[in-house]
Design a protein around this ligand. Structure first.
Ligand SMILES: [Zn+2]
Length: 514
């Protein structure tokens, strides 16, 4: 294996060897447009988009709304056509389910004393109304043997008192395992007919209340409950933690009562941001190439005294500012590309591709005239878990369509190696918004520099850690690739010989009445 230093030296050699050639091959006007893509400009944009002030751009949140306004402002500055239903915004009517906390109540009675836990010191997500008042049975969450020995008559109708660790404070690699353990625990409590699980949290004295904000897509409602287990209320009140510590595992004469009102749905407006650079060819201008990225991220985690803001600079602030920057650069072209280019940033990707699925159901431009979607994810960091990715870019589902080959050719002209990652390219196809467009038959892929990087979905994904000069280079490749697709009278095609592309080809045929 090469050392990092050898890789870096090779990269520099390859840049200088290709500069001459690229001036040769890329026409001067296009070259000039590509030169507008600037590391410094993107650094400026991202230092705002990924700032703490936007609180991690959760869907929905004020931070997300501010990010949308910022993106729209940059589209306006570039002179893109506003093609949403409200200027640059495509508005989606969603709902958020929250518990009306003014009717919430939680009391712990021990000896002659009653602790009234304030709504600000609990966290939970319970959909149905719940009333519980019972004696407390303490279970040591970490003691598997004790848990196995618990008898049904000890638990039935009781409030189970325990301490479930918050997986969101742990490295992302442990989340799934910890989440499963929690599901298994609450599932067991359900079988034993526990009335409620109350979990203490000693690391934070404040909670998120019952308003964690479950997002509801009105056209696509979930029909199964979120959890099959007994509901859990996490209590952050230090007085309750103290009472917990004073108890021995097993039955007690401590009593707990809880009243949780049913969740109420509040309508919320979510917005994709969308701008158009109209094509120049009389016929092809009515066909569309999409450049997309998601502008949301994970929001804030539980307060723990330290940093609890998931800034999402690389995921996917990097894609967002790249869309802004490439739009601004291509808008300077005197001779526009033949096809129209649509620049769009989606809400709700982290919650499950909500924004792109909304667009797929409500396309602004006909899907049978949308010839490609190039989606950008994680194009800023180069410190991949498999080693530095300088002047490299990868395409998911690389050979599902011929877009991978086009981007590879664009990479050869701009000094970027566009490659298929043998293990990850196909596996990551479904992990971003390109999937929503592919489901509608549009040849759609995600371009990224890293698959996994340190700080992935962590609070450390901050704008200072981005490799802006590499992102500038990769974005020039993307911009050139877009122009190549937009100028080519042949539209991109799914590969009919690739079985993995079969369902997308079928969707394409449906939209084209073939
Ligand atoms: Zn993500």
């Amino acid at each position: 294996m090469m050392t990092q230093k050898v890789r870096a030296v090779l990269a520099i050699v390859s840049i200088s060897c290709c500069l001459g050639a690229q001036n040769h091959v890329i026409p001067a006007d296009k070259r000039a447009a590509l030169d507008h893509i600037s590391a410094a400009s993107m650094r400026g944009h991202l230092s705002f988009i990924a700032s703490d002030a936007l609180e991690g751009r959760n869907t929905p949140s004020t931070g997300l709304d501010i990010a949308a306004e910022y993106i729209a402002a940059q589209f306006r500055r570039a002179g893109l056509e506003p093609v949403g239903d409200d200027g640059y915004f495509q508005t989606a009517g969603y709902a958020v389910a929250e518990t009306p906390m003014e009717s919430f109540e939680l009391k712990l009675r021990s000896g002659g004393e009653t602790v009234n836990v304030p709504a600000s010191q609990v966290s939970f997500s319970i959909e149905e109304a719940l009333n519980a008042s019972a004696a407390v049975f303490k279970v040591d969450y970490k003691d598997a043997a004790a848990l196995a020995a618990v008898k049904p008559d000890q638990i039935e109708g009781r409030v189970v008192f325990t301490e479930i660790p918050n997986y969101r404070r742990e490295p992302r690699s442990r989340w799934m395992e910890m989440y499963r353990a929690q599901e298994e625990f609450t599932g067991k409590m359900k079988t034993l007919k526990a009335a409620l699980v109350v979990s203490v949290d000693r690391l934070s004295a404040t909670g998120s209340g019952g308003g964690a904000g479950r997002l509801i897509d009105p056209e696509n409602r979930r029909t199964v409950p979120a959890t099959a287990g007994t509901p859990v209320i996490t209590v952050h009140d230090p007085r309750v933690v103290k009472a917990y510590d004073a108890m021995k595992p097993g039955p007690s004469d401590v009593e707990l009562s809880a009243r949780v009102p049913a969740q109420i749905e509040r309508p919320v407006k979510l917005r994709n941001v969308i701008g158009l650079l109209r094509g120049s060819d009389p016929t092809l201008a009515d066909t569309y190439v999409l450049l997309t990225a998601h502008y949301d991220h994970l929001g804030k985690g539980p307060a723990n005294g330290g940093d609890n803001i998931y800034n999402g600079a690389n995921d996917d602030g990097s894609g967002t500012v790249s869309v802004i920057e490439i739009a601004s650069a291509l808008a300077t072209l005197k001779q526009r590309p033949k096809r129209s280019i649509v620049f769009m940033t989606f809400f709700g990707e982290e919650k499950g591709g909500f924004g792109s699925r909304f667009y797929g159901r409500n396309p602004v431009f006909p899907l049978n005239k949308t010839v490609a979607d190039v989606n950008l994810e994680q194009v800023g960091r180069t410190d991949d878990s498999e080693g530095p990715q300088i002047s490299n870019a990868t395409v998911t589902g690389f050979d599902y369509s011929d877009i991978g080959t086009t981007l590879k050719a664009a990479g050869e002209l701009t000094g970027v190696t566009v490659y298929k990652h043998e293990k990850n390219s196909d596996a990551f196809f479904s992990r971003s918004d390109n999937q929503s467009l592919a489901d509608q038959g549009v040849p759609a892929h995600t371009v990224g520099v890293t698959f996994l990087f340190p700080d992935y979905h962590g609070v450390g994904d901050q704008w200072e850690k981005i490799d802006y000069s590499n992102m500038e280079k990769v974005d020039r490749m993307v911009a050139l690739g877009l122009m190549m697709i937009a100028d080519n009278p042949q539209e991109p095609k799914w590969d009919a010989s690739n079985p993995k592309a079969a369902r997308y080809l079928k969707a394409w045929q449906t939209h084209h009445n073939k």
